[in-house]
Design a protein around this ligand. Structure first.
Ligand code: THU
Length: 160
């Protein structure tokens, strides 16, 4: 039997089309990208989360001369949020990236490892995360990690 998965997402052309709440998170992610430490790739990524108490937290990618020791922006901020505000769910996550001194035209696509980390965070809090992928020509908004990671590996996969 053939099956089909449908993924819903919203697309916008400009920051001005976003609601004020989302715009604020995206702008903070853009500010975070400016402080990324990415001397090896030159790809500076910023991430910002809005917590359930409305607080905004920022993170960015932190590279390392030993390449696998680096951390993605999403991982940096989600780890920080969980470490410092363990009981407050993440409501929204925005990601943006600078390359050649410009924000990417296309929305940033989180890597597989970060998708898995976002999935775990949804599992932990029991709440979906609104994911906003910024590009200066296109902005994509996805309501929950399932839209980016169907058939995810999660605690159920480990069995009882
Ligand atoms: N990177 C992120 O921080 N987040 C993403 O979603 C994509 C990739 C980082 C990892 C590395 O420092 C650089 O971007 C190039 O891959």
């Amino acid at each position: 039997m053939k099956n089909k998965i449908e993924i819903y997402f919203d697309e916008f052309r400009d920051l001005s089309e976003l609601n004020e709440n989302d715009r604020e998170v995206v702008k903070a992610s853009m500010a975070a990208a400016e402080n990324a430490y990415a001397p090896y790739s030159g790809f500076r990524v910023g991430a910002c989360v809005r917590l359930g108490n409305e607080q905004l937290l920022k993170g960015n990618n932190r590279e390392n001369a030993a390449f696998p020791s680096g951390s993605c922006a999403e991982q940096t901020v989600i780890t920080y949020a969980g470490a410092n505000y363990p009981d407050i769910p993440i409501r929204t996550l925005a990601i943006s990236a600078i390359t050649n001194n410009e924000f990417t035209p296309e929305p940033v696509s989180p890597c597989g490892n970060c998708r898995q980390i976002i999935a775990e965070e949804e599992e932990r809090s029991g709440e979906k995360i609104r994911i906003i992928l910024y590009g200066n020509k296109k902005i994509r908004v996805i309501d929950g990690i399932s839209g980016l990671l169907p058939f995810k590996f999660n605690k159920k996969s480990l069995g009882d």
